[in-house]
Design a protein around this ligand. Structure first.
Ligand code: HEM
Length: 244
């Protein structure tokens, strides 16, 4: 007996697909940055232009992420952090879900299943890390907002207008301050770089799991992110939950 439920509200769906497209573009441009030498991109102007393109896409990504973080407090009950973040009794919920999979009768949920909730939380943390470290590096590398003017003012030599400081050009900078900024920015680049690979692995896992669930369990997880509606064959475990 199949029953259809309205689950994902429009802002959650818009977030999901804007996030999907912007992250894919960031991955593509980021990969271009990583392998620029192998791809024959050697001119400084081209390197800076690619970085600037990455940052501009990054702004769309960050804005979308910030809206989603806020929507988690005002959206419908499935969009809320209270339904996603693990709370009291979560361990039992996970065990019951895993046991139901082992029995070959997986429990069904209107919102995310318990393992999906863990995956969402982990991916959100990775995305937030990329957002923060990316914005800092946008400031230190190409002097772009929101921190660029602060970093330009930090490296400018005495009496030099920070607005005249150009990326990858030491003209007008103070050598000691320039070196200090280089040391400061290093760790953010490292975190951005390693998080990229973890995120990539999570994205591949996420796509594999939802497509597999769509095919084998017929819950319509992928289609639900377009239509907002899930089609379930049994009573969902979270049907009576106000918040979880
Ligand atoms: C899911 C989101 C993102 C992914 C997957 C991603 C991916 C990458 C990758 C692969 C690199 C190359 C790393 C390297 O050259 O060492 C990179 C560098 C960079 N990213 Fe992102 N990025 C993301 C978000 C952002 C955002 C939101 C911004 C800023 C608005 C940003 C700004 C930068 C900057 C300035 C660099 C150059 C810094 C460096 O060379 O280490 N990124 N990113």
């Amino acid at each position: 007996m199949l029953k259809q439920y309205k689950v994902w509200d429009a802002p959650t769906r818009v977030f999901h697909w804007v996030n999907f497209v912007s992250v894919i573009l960031l991955i593509l441009v980021g990969t271009l940055m990583l392998y620029k030498k192998d791809l024959g991109i050697v001119s400084l102007d081209a390197k800076i232009a690619i970085k600037e393109l990455h940052v501009v896409i990054g702004y769309v990504f960050v804005l979308n992420l910030m809206i989603r973080l806020i929507w988690g407090f005002i959206g419908n009950r499935f969009a809320r952090w209270s339904a996603i973040l693990p709370g009291a009794g979560f361990g039992n919920t996970v065990s019951a879900y895993i046991a139901s999979i082992r029995r070959g009768e997986p429990q069904q949920f209107l919102g995310h299943n318990p393992l999906g909730r863990l995956a969402v939380v982990f991916m959100m943390l990775l995305l937030m890390s990329q957002a923060v470290t990316g914005l800092i590096r946008a400031g230190t590398d190409v002097y772009y907002p929101p921190f660029g003017s602060i970093f330009a003012a930090q490296v400018a030599a005495d009496g030099v207008d920070p607005a005249t400081i150009k990326p990858y050009d030491k003209t007008g900078t103070d050598a000691t301050k320039y070196k200090a900024l280089k040391e400061f920015k290093h760790i953010y680049g490292e975190v951005h770089y390693y998080t990229f690979f973890v995120l990539l692995a999570m994205i591949l896992l996420h796509i594999f799991v939802v497509v597999r669930a769509e095919i084998t369990e017929g819950e319509g997880l992928v289609s639900a992110m377009f239509s907002g509606r899930k089609i379930l064959s049994k009573e969902p475990e979270d049907i009576h939950d106000g918040t979880r």
